[in-house]
Design a protein around this ligand. Structure first.
Ligand code: HEM
Length: 393
């Protein structure tokens, strides 16, 4: 089909509108901020004028103003009727008085907590991670919006690069690897040095890792839009060299984290580090099993798909986020975790049971029965795992 003017294509118009929405909102916020800034400046100028005026007043006028200030500040003490004497109950009319003034079960929320010192270079690195993650979130969800539009208007455009089949994996992979994974990694750069009580071993290699992960999402998305993909299973559409870039990024940070934890000044390795480090190690296993092309055919591919989908969620996203939560939840609630041992038990139960459950989607299938049995047993075992997950009392 010949296209005369791409701006008359409804797909392009809708995309432009979607881009325009955040731009308009950002402009409104900037205008409001600028207005508030000018307003503040104006108030400061008025205050300075008023100060100059006060300096020129005679002692009499100053005294009058102070008198007026005292009058305006006058307020009742609110015990005019009761007086200051303590209450007495000679006739024993008041009984069962409860002395507890605060709720016993809920810790009083602190208004503010002292912030731990973070080296400025590390702060910058973490902000880069979070910034890139946010970028992928905005782009990924904009693509999601466009996919949603395609549900109701399938003919919205006729470019092969923007077809639903190609954009869908662009969306899903972008939010997994670009948004969620980079945000998790950024927060790990915060948590690991905190709970190890030492600075991060090397800030610079954190940037190499960030560049490699970003590169894999950029190249992966372009490849998918160009129709170059893994062909096989859902959520692993990037071709293996692209995923190898992602894996290399993870390896660099993993070494960085290992060295930081090895330098720790705490006796124990805090449970957050157990979870985060093993999630990163599992990511490498998952990526190798799911992307290496040699065994991706026939029934083997189905088994790999079941394994991959579960391990991606359970051993990368969930394990990693649990590690982060074991730090942030107690820290924000200002309470210690209920049981450190339960956290460790949960960790091993997760590794023992969760890694075995992939085939439970293919019960009574052609997959060997022993593998299906293992998946069923592993899935039932998750009952123990979930019961243990109660980090806060
Ligand atoms: C405004 C935000 C978003 C919109 C409009 C959106 C839209 C979509 C659409 C239209 C699909 C295709 C559904 C299908 O093929 O039936 C999809 C799939 C998916 N999206 Fe999003 N999405 C958004 C945000 C996100 C985020 C933030 C994540 C993850 C962090 C995410 C993860 C997924 C996943 C996992 C799928 C595959 C679901 C499935 O196969 O059932 N999405 N999204």
């Amino acid at each position: 089909m010949e296209i005369n003017n791409i701006y008359s294509e409804s797909g392009i118009i809708i995309t432009l509108i979607l881009i325009l929405i955040p731009v308009v909102i950002a402009s409104m916020i900037i205008t409001m901020k600028a207005y508030a800034y000018l307003d503040r400046k104006q108030k400061i100028r008025e205050l300075e004028k008023f100060n100059a005026y006060l300096k020129e007043l005679s002692p009499d006028e100053v005294q009058k103003l102070e008198q007026r200030k005292r009058e305006l500040e006058f307020a009742l003490s609110n015990n005019e009727l009761a007086g200051d004497t303590s209450p007495m109950d000679h006739k024993g009319l008041i009984t069962a008085v409860n002395d507890v003034e605060t709720l016993r079960f809920i810790e009083q929320k602190k208004k503010s907590q002292p912030r731990p010192y973070i080296e400025p270079e590390l702060t910058k690195l973490i902000l880069w991670y979070i910034g890139c993650a946010t970028f992928w979130l905005l782009l990924g969800t904009t693509i999601g919006e466009y996919l949603g539009i395609k549900f109701v208007a399938p003919d919205v455009d006729h470019f092969s690069w923007l077809s639903f089949g190609r954009l869908r994996p662009v969306h899903t992979n972008m939010v997994f690897w670009g948004w969620a994974s980079l945000a998790m990694m950024g927060l790990a750069y915060y948590v690991i040095p905190r709970v190890s009580n030492v600075p991060i071993q090397n800030v610079k290699t954190g940037y190499y890792s960030l560049i490699l992960i970003n590169a894999s999402v950029i190249i992966g998305s372009i490849c998918l839009m160009a129709g170059i993909n893994n062909g096989g299973g859902e959520y692993r559409e990037y071709i293996w060299p692209v995923m190898a870039l992602f894996g290399a990024g993870i390896v660099i940070s993993l070494i960085n984290f290992f060295k930081t934890i090895a330098n720790r000044t705490t006796k124990e390795i805090y449970v957050s580090n157990w979870y985060i480090i093993s999630a990163m190690m599992f990511l490498l296993v998952i990526a190798f099993v799911a992307y290496w092309p040699t065994w991706q055919s026939g029934l083997g591919e189905t088994i790999v798909q079941g394994y991959y989908m579960h391990q991606g969620v359970g051993m990368w996203f969930m394990l990693f986020n649990l590690g982060l939560m074991y730090y942030f939840l107690p820290q924000q609630l200002n309470k210690p975790i209920y049981s450190y041992s339960l956290g460790i038990l949960a960790f091993w139960a997760q590794i023992l049971f969760y890694t075995l459950i992939g085939t439970h989607h293919f019960i009574f299938s052609a997959i060997p029965w022993w593998l299906q049995t293992i998946a069923i047993v592993g899935s039932a075992g998750m009952v123990f795992r979930l019961w243990q997950e109660q980090p806060i009392s």
